[in-house]
Structures are given as C-alpha cells and as structure tokens.
Design a protein around this ligand. Sequence first.
Ligand code: PA5
Length: 446
Amino acid sequence: MAIQLNDRYLSGFINPSEYSSMDPQIRAAHTMLREKSGAGNAFLGWVDLPTNYDREEFERILVSAEKIRKSCDVLIVIGIGGSYLGARAVIEYLRSPNYNLVRKNTPAIYYAGNCISADALNEVLALCEGKDVCVNVISKSGTTTEPAVAFRVFRSFLENKYGKEGARERIFVTTDKAKGTLKQFSTEAGYETFVVPDDVGGRFSVLTAVGLLPIAVAGIDIRKLMEGAAHAAEIYNEPDLMKNDCYKYAAIRNILYRKGKSMEIMAGYEPFAAMFHEWWKQLFGESEGKDQKGIFPASVVFSTDLHSLGQFVQDGSRTMFETVIDVADVGSTFPIPEDPANIDGLNFLSGMDLNLVKRMAMQGTVLAHVDGGVPNILLEVSERSEYVLGEMIYFFELACAISGYVLGVNPFDQPGVESYKKNMFALLGKPGYEEMRASLEARLKI
Ligand code: PA5
C-alpha cells in the first residue's frame, strides 16, 4: 500500500466503538456512490475515470503536449478553481514549485484567469514578451468571468503576434463537449479542443484533459498518474472501513466533526506539496461546506508554518484536527555540513541527512500537537512519484465523496459559488440585473 493511514495518535480522541457505530453510515455512503443512488449522482464520472476514459482523446493530449513543447517557450494555462488547481498541484508536486526557474527542456508554465487582478495579468503578459507562446484555456462553462477575460487578452496577444492562422495552431481549448459558446467558438475558429466530461465536476477533473494536458506539457508521465489512480480505484472499493484506509479517513473526519472539530489542517513537510494542499482545500471545501455544515479545510507547510501558525495549533482554540502527510522517499538527500567554528552549536547534526532532521521535527510536532489536544491523522505515503500521486488524488476524491454523504450533503454541487457572481454582475451593470443593482447600491451606501 503506497498510502497508509496511521491512527496511533487518535487513541485519546476516538475510541474503537466509534468506528463500529460509523460503519453502517460508511456502508450506506458506499452503496449510494456505487449504485449511483445518492445526491449529485449525475456527477460520478470520476469514480471509474482512471480505467474508463477516452483513449483517443488521451493520445491527442500526448500529441498536443508534444506540439506545445516543440513550438513554445511559454504555455499560459487559463482557468480558475477546479479548472486549474489540479494541473498546478501536480506540476508543482512532481516537478517543483520553482518549475519555471529550474533548468528544463519543457516550456515555462504561467497561470492566468484565476483572479481579478490587473497587476497579475500585466505581469504574465510581460513575461510573454519575446517568447513563443501557446495557450490552454480551460473552462467547462466557457463563461466564467476570470478566465474569459484572460482568454480575450491572450487570444488577441497571439493573433497580433502570429496572425489568426498562426494563433489557431497555438490555442488549445478544454471545455464542454457540446454546450456553451466556447465550444462553438472554438469549433468555428478551428482550435484543437478537449472535453470536460458532463459527469465530472471541476474539482474532480484533474484526471481529465483539464489537468492532463498542462501536466503532460510539463513532461510528467500521465500514463503512470492514471495507472496509480486506477490502482487506488481498485483497492479502495471495499465497504468495510477497517479494511479501507480511504473510508476510514472519511469516518475519522466525521467522528471528529461531531466532537466539535470543525477545522481540518492538512499539514505537509514539503514545499512541493503546497499547491496540492490548495487542490485538496477546494475539493473538500466546495464539496462539504454547505447547508450550514462542513469541516473548514486549511493547510500548512511545516516547519515553515511552525514559525507562524505553530503557536495557534499548539495552544489556540481547540476546534481543529490535523492530517499529516508523511512522504517517506522524496527523491533526494542533503547531508548537513560540518562547521569547524560550530558557531550555531549544531555540529551534533553534521553529516546527518536533512530528511532525518525533518522526520524528527515531524514526530516531535505530532506528539506536541496531540499533547496540546489536536487529534492527528497520519497519512504515510511511500514516495514522490507519478504513480503514487495518482493514488493520492483518487484517495482524496473518494474520501471526499464518502465523507460528504456521511455528513448529509450533496458533495457534487456548489450553489454557494453563485452568490458573489450575481452581486458582482449586478454592481457591474449586467443587463437584466437592474433591480438587484439598485438594492445592492443602497446597501453599500449605508
Ligand atoms: O469545481 C468547480 O466546479 C469550480 O471550481 C469550477 O471549476 C470553476 O468555477 C471554473 O468553472 P468553469 O470551468 O466553468 O470556468
């Protein structure tokens, strides 16, 4: 097993009988998911996606990735939320958070359309000056404001630089297979298009073309990623939570939630995982935070954040639990050098691998936080690789679905996301929103 759940540090917070009482609820959630009888059952395409995906499109992704690698210095990935977080998480996890700075034979990848910032957009545009550029715009709806604005900008940038014909060869669109204006526009313009499947929501879409095209451009083996996910789909299809760590994780979250632990902190010890935490936060936050319920997902990278948030985790309000990701083999070592002057008094560490120091920091922190009243779930991950990351992605997607069903929400919708959009459109004067605008403006002037 590449991912092992270690519950040793939960013994003071959960007693074994609580697992037994959670068992029927987990089994019911399992049945709802497998028989597609639960809420949001039109969005379960991700469940068997690792084995049941469009092979022809997968080959086209590989061909396009190769074309992008050969024809550009820079790929701009335009998308927001589930339409970009997965790709960025995987690229930074497997390559580096400094991917654009390290020496490589793959294009730099910049992200646009994931915020509303003139400064950010200007900066990415400036980074493209003098470079050969391709664009992958990713939007299921095709009308989300942030990516739509960025696509206007970069389409015109490419058309000015290469002409309409040249731009056509450099624009890759990932969107709905039939619906929506982006699909229609792309077909008319002759762009290469990829599909966001109807039955896969944005935050569950990293293993579709949404994530796979940018990931493949970064030189990551997407076959191995899919194989890892397929393995996870096979081994976590077991209704007994005591034999299924994925379901056990979902059960533990709900047991702790019912005891007032309303915040989960994902704690990693590797900066390369920071964006993976962001992906995880969207997955759980958007899936569970509804009907006035849900565990707030937060994240930290230790030991960095032990020097900022450590005090709060150790000693602040006791509303949280931690899920600690422990990657055994990160793929590199670093022996600590000897200092003849020993000015810092740390020569007892000389020659020691930094990974060992990290391990002791982690074990010390887990014990300290448990002593401070913070339940700690340990997820022990064997290595940093495509295959194992594929397993992790599936592990969390499945755990999220099961946990959401146990919580009693529809894990596959996101009605709350619309509220800010409606207000923003009204305030911006979108036709049809006149009445709402007047009432919002009155409130803003109070
Ligand atoms: O998970 C989700 O559904 C959202 O985060 C969407 O992915 C995000 O809002 C972007 O939507 P779209 O792909 O339609 O532009």
